[in-house]
Write a protein that binds this ligand. Structure first.
Ligand SMILES: C[S@@+](CC[C@H](N)C(=O)[O-])C[C@H]1O[C@@H](n2cnc3c(N)ncnc32)[C@H](O)[C@@H]1O
Length: 159
């Protein structure tokens, strides 16, 4: 069974249409309307929420139900814009170490100064192992500091 099948079958069509509680909790503290990149957007629930709040959204996922098709960690992120906010909700654990490292470097490349990155993780059945502290460390090397961190989620801010 391919990862694409699993993601297509289980993630994009998970049925949750409301933004994640963590995003809803923090949305008011994120930089004022600007450009958002939603990596691994799934069915677009978080993209739609941010769009309704006035942001301009670029949404990408390897399943093309919503937004542009990109294989994260393999393809380059769209390079046309720099982003004020990058959402990575429940995506990084689906990438192996190499793909995850590639993606994080690429996120650093497209993130503006004073941008924010939101990461949410979950040890799903078909996920790769991960260590959020290590991930935070990589973003630290890219100039991001922790704004909030709890268990499997965090918000990082670039100075
Ligand atoms: C659990 S869903 C999360 C969706 C959305 N971020 C949310 O919070 O509802 C994970 C998403 O990551 C996508 N995905 C997984 N691996 C990917 C990859 N290598 N490239 C692009 N998208 C990927 C899947 O297709 C799926 O839509």
């Amino acid at each position: 069974m391919s990862r694409k099948y699993l993601n297509d079958r289980w993630c994009v069509r998970c049925g949750k249409t409301d933004a994640t509680p963590y995003l809803k909790r923090w949305a008011r503290k994120l930089p004022p309307p600007g450009r958002v990149l939603d990596v691994g957007c799934g069915n677009g629930r978080n993209s739609r929420y941010m769009e309704a709040a006035g942001y301009t959204i670029d949404s990408i996922d390897m399943v093309d139900d919503f937004g542009k098709t990109v294989v994260l960690g393999v393809d380059k992120l769209p390079g046309r814009y720099k982003y004020d906010i990058i959402l990575a909700n429940y995506i990084l654990m689906f990438l192996d170490n190499e793909e995850r490292s590639n993606l994080m470097l690429d996120m650093g490349r497209v993130a503006k100064k004073r941008s924010m990155v939101m990461i949410e993780m979950y040890p799903a059945k078909d996920a790769y192992p991960y260590d959020l502290d290590e991930i935070v460390g990589v973003f630290g090397d890219l100039g991001f500091e922790i704004m909030h961190k709890i268990k499997d989620r965090c918000i990082l801010k670039r100075g």
